[in-house]
Design a protein around this ligand. Structure first.
Ligand SMILES: Nc1ncnc2c1ncn2[C@@H]1O[C@H](COP(=O)(O)OP(=O)(O)OP(=O)(O)O)[C@@H](O)[C@H]1O
Length: 258
């Protein structure tokens, strides 16, 4: 993962390099009225990997994801998907499955109704909706109003929504929130299988212990800055847990390891 190559998205060579990556972020910055939410972040997300965007509440993870997805405009820097800004992609909703904020649901709608509502835009029919409901373990609850779903069930429905377009990239914000241990295990296996098929996952989480068992690559964020990026194996010292590594890095200051 490149750390220090600051680029602009318009340079042809940079576009060429960025096309080798699924996501390529360079010197990305966002300020909200004096709050530096994201402060010069650079990283790449490689294909066929589960990359964990990890850090405590307020670290800047969601803001970065929203900039990558073109939902908010950066103060500076660039975020490219397959070498293009989100707005320059053809049919982005079919290439990228997005799960932000645990999903936004209309309470009286059923789980099946929710997916059927978004299915046409994703180019899929009712049979795929049924299959996805089964894949995420919601077949039995499919015809109940989402308002009565547990947090974990909403997370599963959000994941099914993200999968509607059969995307090659999943971008998920805190998908493990509210899942019980069985749900965590299920999510972990699901994401690992997704990446094993050559597709790519970028997910944010503050649950370092859980993510340690899920991700291949780590982007460790703190106070808007990237503390570390690269394969999980390269980050941890022998016998070290991810939470301890995070404390070690935050105590060491803002050093950046490639
Ligand atoms: N729309 C906004 N207006 C003002 N400040 C914002 C806005 N969105 C985010 N922030 C601030 O930017 C910082 C980073 O927030 P962000 O939501 O990106 O962090 P996060 O790592 O995703 O944390 P969490 O896990 O709590 O969602 C925080 O200080 C937050 O208060």
């Amino acid at each position: 993962m490149a750390q220090d190559a600051h680029t602009t998205q318009d340079h042809p060579q940079n576009r060429q390099d960025a096309r080798q990556q699924v996501i390529s972020v360079r010197d990305l910055r966002k300020e909200f009225r004096g709050t530096r939410a994201v402060d010069g972040v650079s990283f790449d997300v490689r294909p066929g990997r589960v990359t964990g965007f990890l850090g405590p509440n307020g670290a800047g993870k969601t803001t970065t994801l929203r900039m990558i997805l073109g939902l908010i405009r950066p103060t500076g820097g660039s975020a490219l998907l397959w070498g293009s800004p989100y707005a320059g992609l053809t049919a982005p909703t079919r290439r990228i499955g997005v799960g932000l904020d645990g999903g936004a649901f209309v309470g009286p709608r059923t789980g099946r109704g929710h997916l059927r509502c978004y299915a046409p835009a994703a180019g899929c029919g009712p049979e795929r909706v049924d299959r996805l409901l089964a894949d995420v373990g919601l077949s039995d609850a499919a015809d109940r109003p989402v308002a009565g779903y547990s947090t974990g069930m909403k997370q599963r429905l959000s994941l099914a929504s993200a999968l509607l377009g059969d995307p090659e990239l999943l971008v998920l914000d805190e998908p493990a929130n509210g899942l019980d241990p069985e749900g965590m295990l299920w999510l972990r296996e699901f994401l690992r299988d997704f990446a094993a098929s050559g597709r790519t996952v970028l997910l944010s989480s503050h649950l370092l212990g859980e993510m340690e068992q899920t991700v291949d690559d780590v982007l460790l964020m703190h106070h808007g800055r990237l503390l570390s990026s690269g394969p999980l194996d390269g980050l941890l010292e022998p016998g070290e847990r991810l939470e301890s590594a995070f404390l070690r890095l935050t105590r060491a200051g803002n050093g950046v390891r490639a």
